[in-house]
Ligand binder design. Sequence first.
Ligand code: UDP
Length: 243
Amino acid sequence: MKRLNVLGADIHCITLEEAILNAKEYFDGDICRMVATPNSEIIMNAMKDPEFMDILNSADMIIPDGIGLVYASKILKQPLKERVTGIDFAEGILEYLNNEGKSVFLFGSKPGIAEKAVENLSQKYPDIKFTGTYHGYYKDTEEEKIVELINEATADLLCVALGSPKQERFINKYRGRLNVKVAIGVGGSLDVWAGTLKRAPVFFQKTGLEWFYRLIQEPSRYKRMRILPLFMFKVLLKRKEAK
Ligand code: UDP
């Protein structure tokens, strides 16, 4: 798989279909594979934190979850094929796991959210076995217990919704011990599956304005999004340096 370096992050240049096809193979393996779904905000944070950048780059697949990355790739004259959102990717994998009758553990989000997500997902994917859930507001001392719970549940897929960088750090810290085939950081997806957060209508998704819709839904994200113009500026600077 071809990779494109965007300000230090080695993003895979893949379509949604290719990402799903590739991940299907992971379920036949015997190690825990990590899938990361960075957007421009996550990459900006990783630029300030080399250890986190290393964690991102150590993922088996790094999919471009953000229209900012697609624009950046065009500026860098190595266009990514398309934006692949974490939630579209996760749903593609759930479809596959449903066909195969495999199992899933949902970890993260506020208490009650993962359970509600299981309730809704079970209707859409009746053949998936949801083997466990745990909320994401735990004390550090509980982490060992959570890893044990996940391992006892023996799921094929682990969705980790702790926000970034907490979710990537968790997966990276325990990937050698996790008894799952694939672990993916899914951000706010559990809230969407639980029905407490609405995903942007297709118009916003297709026109690259999903971030704007999310900003309207969660105005407090404004502070986090302020760094995005700086991201584009850094990309422009990078291109200038490369000339
Ligand atoms: N979250 C969590 N524990 C924390 C911080 C966040 O479980 O300590 C959850 C939060 O409830 C939300 C999810 O992480 O469900 C994703 O948060 P965010 O919206 O920041 O992620 P994004 O979708 O932007 O990656």
